[in-house]
Every structure is written in C-alpha cells, then in structure tokens.
Design a protein around this ligand. Structure first.
Ligand code: NAP
Length: 260
C-alpha cells in the first residue's frame, strides 16, 4: 500500500536559512501543514521574529553557521533536544556572489563552496541518522537552475550548486531502500534579497537602471517573469508529503521552463 497522508502534523522539520526569502516562505508553508519547525540560521532576532508569525506553536529557533561543522552539530543537538528526531531537512541556506572568473579570489570560491555545498553536506550528515532510525525521512536541497546549467560571472556559485545536484543524486541512491528520499528544488531567479543584491550589482557595474536590470533577469525565464518564493515553497511542501514517496534523486526546476 502507498502512503497517502500528506499532513505534516507532528513531523519535525529543520529549515536552514529560514529567516528570510525562500526559507521563510518554506517555513510558512510547512507550518501551515502542521509541521513543528526548527528555524536555523545565523541571526537569532530575525528567526525569532519569523517564529512569532508562523501558524502553530512550539517552533524552535537555532543559531548556526551551516559552513561550520561544530556549529552545525551543536545546532542539530539543540533542535533534537527541543523537538525530537528530525524527520525532514530543507537545506536552503545559501549565498550567491558574482565576479568574472579572472577576478574570482580563492576566498570567494571557497566561501561559495563552503556555504552552498559543504553546508548541505554537513546538515544532511547531521540529520540523516534520525531518518534512518525512523525508516522515514525527506531531504530537500534548494539548489538552483545554476545547478542545472551555467551562467557567466558566478562560477563559484554555479560549481557549488552543480555539486549540490550531484550530492542529491548520490545520496538518493544510498538511502533509496531505507524510507528516505533526497531531492533538489532548483529555482530560477526568485524575488528575494539575493536577486535584489544581484540587481544592485548590475546597476553599479553597468550603469543600467534598476528596471532594465530586473527586465534582463526576467527575460531569462521563458514566462518572462521572476519566480515568487511561495512557488518554490509549494514544490518543497509537495516533496515533503507521503504522496511524493516515489520522487527520489530529482532536480525539480521551478523556473518557468528555463531548464528542460
Ligand atoms: P536570501 O534572501 O539571501 O536568504 C538566504 C538565507 O540563507 C538567509 O536566511 C541567510 O541567513 C542564510 N544564510 C546565508 N549564509 C548562511 C550561513 N553560512 N549559515 C546559515 N545561514 C546562512 O536568499 P534566497 O533567495 O532566499 O536563497 C535561499 C536559497 O535559494 C539559497 O540556497 C539560494 O542559493 C537559492 N536560490 C535563490 C535564487 C534567487 O534568485 N533568489 C535562485 C536560485 C536558488 P542570514 O539572515 O543570517 O543572512
């Protein structure tokens, strides 16, 4: 028999980078399905502010830098102490800094890999034992269309997000018979601070207006628009449910058809 109950009632979900943007939209969506959330990120005040607005009660706020192994392990111990074993992990924390390849410093390269790729690795390693013990779990990695195709001037970010897609595929196979699925959600340009910063960067470097820069980002999407964080969150909500149990190792593009 296939499970059909999509409610997240009683499930402990860790969302990294939950304070704003796509992470906050995911937290709102999963809380509305009854999940108990550990909101993980670097800024306690921002996480607490979000927790106060979420449906349901008893959500936990946990401060962590996902690029730091000690910080991640301490954070998962706190999350477990507050809300029990982790059933679902959404690896959402990320940073996207741009630079032409010849100006990409080793420090920028390592930062992109540390936050986007190693952070995903560390959090998955911290959460997986609970899922294996329960013989049920979901790991959802917020990669990017930058994990499915190349873009100029963001080689570190693109390399890291391709790494996230590779990690997703490999781990999905390792846990396929253990009740756990591992998938990536790959947004195209989405209306959050990351995009606002990229637009500011284009304006500063090219002298184009804000509207021109925004139109350029939207033009890459065949639907001619910027994706909304709630659309990404809805794909994550679906992957969390019992009915998505056969979806494993996939990279789902939420990009209006930019990747197909
Ligand atoms: P955002 O608004 O800038 O949010 C990023 C979140 O990640 C923030 O909550 C930030 O926390 C957290 N974060 C960054 N570095 C961290 C670290 N070292 N440890 C813990 N948390 C950290 O960006 P967003 O657009 O919502 O991005 C969310 C995810 O979607 C990222 O993985 C991004 O790559 C991906 N994505 C975004 C787009 C887009 O166009 N927006 C497109 C494709 C993929 P603080 O509040 O502490 O800074």
């Amino acid at each position: 028999m296939t499970e059909t109950n999509n409610s997240l009632q009683g499930r402990h979900v860790v969302v990294t980078g939950a304070a704003r943007g796509i992470g906050a939209a995911i937290a709102r969506s999963l809380a509305s399905q009854g999940a108990s959330l550990s909101l993980m990120g670097r800024r306690r005040d921002a996480l607490q502010q979000l927790a106060g607005t979420l449906p349901g009660s008893g959500h936990a706020v946990v401060v962590a830098d996902v690029a730091d192994a000690e910080s991640v392990n301490a954070a998962f111990a706190q999350a477990r102490a507050a809300l029990g074993p982790v059933a679902i992990l959404v690896n959402n924390a990320g940073q996207a800094e741009s630079a032409p390849f010849h100006k990409t410093s080793l420090q920028l390269w390592q930062q992109m890999l540390a936050v986007n790729l190693t952070g995903t690795f560390l959090c998955a390693q911290a959460a997986l034992p609970d899922m294996l013990q329960a013989k049920w779990g979901r790991i959802i990695n917020i990669a990017s269309t930058a994990g499915q195709k190349g873009y100029p001037y963001v080689s570190g970010y693109v390399a890291a997000k391709h790494g996230v897609v590779g990690l997703t595929r490999s781990l999905a196979l390792e846990v396929a018979r253990k009740g756990v699925t591992v998938n990536a959600v790959c947004p195209g340009y989405t209306e959050t601070d990351i995009l606002r910063e990229s637009i500011a960067n284009v304006v500063a470097k090219t002298g184009r207006s804000q509207d021109e820069a925004m139109a350029e980002f939207a033009a890459g999407n065949p639907q001619g628009r910027i994706v909304q964080p709630e659309e990404v969150a809805d794909a994550v909500r679906w992957l969390c449910g019992a009915a998505a149990g056969s979806i494993n190792g996939q990279s789902i593009s939420v990009s209006g058809g930019e990747v197909m």
